[in-house]
Design a protein around this ligand. Structure first.
Ligand code: PMP
Length: 399
């Protein structure tokens, strides 16, 4: 007889389902059942992976050397190429030994917190936050400490707010710019101030740079790695830049001892990332940025359209995002009032109401630590974008 008690451990039982994936799954199921659902849930580009990347993967699949185990930390040539690409794109200079190739950015997030945190260590997490962060922090025994921002600051946190949340147990600042879910991008001087503050207090800075190439208008992406001192871990991946979400290649960059420890963890969890996917990633990061430039101009057009259409809906407040491919409007003005005879008390109920009544999927702010908002991804076709927001507008107008 084994141990009596719960079938699932407390640690795993406490994990919340990924709300973003859940909304996406519900929308896709309705669509498969023939419903004309428009999904704003998915955090992925709607473009196919560029051909030259796919072709490199096809050729790799035919080479027997890629049918075998390869080094846990990644193909040496890919680790070199990621170091070179990091210097090219953010001016941050690292060696190949500082790079660990992971199964998507998500495993990089998981590895980073598992490697840095002891039980009770606190992580400063700016809310609204990407739904995976608090779960990854808690799985590592850490404590997420939320620093809440709102639309009045464009969802940007200040050094004063961060300092107010810092305690003796604070070990890590998690910094994300451009942000999922808000699309907020920190100005270079704010990045520098926050980095200097983290360094001054001996914190580790974990910087998630997966949306580095998706910035619009006058905004620029600045890596906090330059100003945060030696205790920096950079998380990134090919998913968003090269429309490669399904290939599952990301990476973690840090001091060599941290990367070695994280590789040890990965050696027992997943071993090397699929070689075919690594060769695809190698081709992506060694090539130019023309594919992402094309996607960026399409996203920029949709971003402006989404903001314009959302701002026309009474009760919706929509700051203009500067990066990624999300808008994060406040919908507080739509709560507690009848919409087609139904009333949503919170944004989770509102998202359900919108899906039921007009077959449009949005992700409620509850998933990102801030009820009263919804996230819409504008990584979908222009026509669907206009139709989807139009349906929400009509729902509100008719009521
Ligand atoms: N970081 C952020 C901020 C993200 O939005 C995502 C994807 N939603 C990831 C990391 C992970 O991306 P992936 O695992 O697909 O590489």
């Amino acid at each position: 007889m084994g141990r009596m008690g719960a079938r699932v451990s407390d640690r795993i039982g406490a994990i919340a389902e990924s709300a973003t994936l859940a909304v996406d799954a519900k929308a896709k199921a309705l669509k498969a059942a023939g419903r004309p659902v428009i999904g704003f849930g998915a955090g992925e580009p709607d473009f196919p992976t560029p051909d030259y990347i796919v072709e490199a993967a096809v050729a790799a699949a035919r080479q027997p050397k890629y049918h075998r185990y390869t080094p846990v930390a990644g193909l040496p040539e890919l680790r070199e190429a990621i170091a070179a690409k990091t210097l090219r794109d953010t001016g941050y200079s690292v060696g190949a030994a500082q790079v660990l190739v992971t199964n998507g950015g998500k495993q990089a997030v998981y590895n980073a917190f598992a490697t840095l945190l002891d039980p009770g260590d606190e992580v400063l997490l700016v809310a609204p936050y990407w739904t995976t962060y608090p779960e990854a922090i808690k799985l590592a025994g850490g404590v997420p400490v939320e620093v809440v921002t709102d639309e009045t600051s464009g969802y940007l946190a200040t050094v004063e707010q961060l300092e107010a949340a810092r305690t003796d147990r604070t070990k890590v600042l998690l910094f994300v710019s451009p942000s999922n879910p808000t699309g907020a991008v920190y100005a270079p001087e704010d990045v520098a101030a926050i980095g200097a503050w983290a360094n001054e207090h001996g914190l580790w800075t974990v910087t998630d740079e997966i949306y580095e190439h998706l910035v619009y208008g006058g905004a620029t992406m600045t890596s906090i790695a330059h100003t945060a001192g030696e205790q920096v871990v950079v998380l990134n991946g090919v998913a968003k830049t090269y429309a490669m979400t399904g290939w599952r290649v990301g990476w973690m960059i840090g001091p060599t001892d941290v990367i070695k420890a994280a590789s040890n963890l990965q050696s027992h969890a997943t071993s090397n990332v699929s070689n075919v996917a690594q060769v695809a990633a190698l081709t992506a990061v060694s090539g130019d940025l023309s594919a992402v430039a094309e996607m960026r101009s399409a996203f920029d057009r949709r971003r402006q359209l989404a903001v314009q259409l959302l701002r026309e809906i009474p009760g919706v407040i929509c700051p203009e995002p500067q990066g990624a491919f999300y808008v994060y409007p406040s919908v507080k003005g739509l709560l507690g009032r009848p919409l087609r005879g139904r009333t949503a008390a919170d944004s989770a109920e509102l998202a359900n109401l919108i899906l039921d009544e007009v077959e449009v999927a949005v992700v409620p702010g509850e998933a990102f630590g801030t009820p009263g908002y919804v996230r819409l991804s504008y990584a979908l076709g222009d026509d669907d974008l206009a139709e989807g927001i139009g349906r929400i507008a009509k729902l509100v107008a008719d009521s």
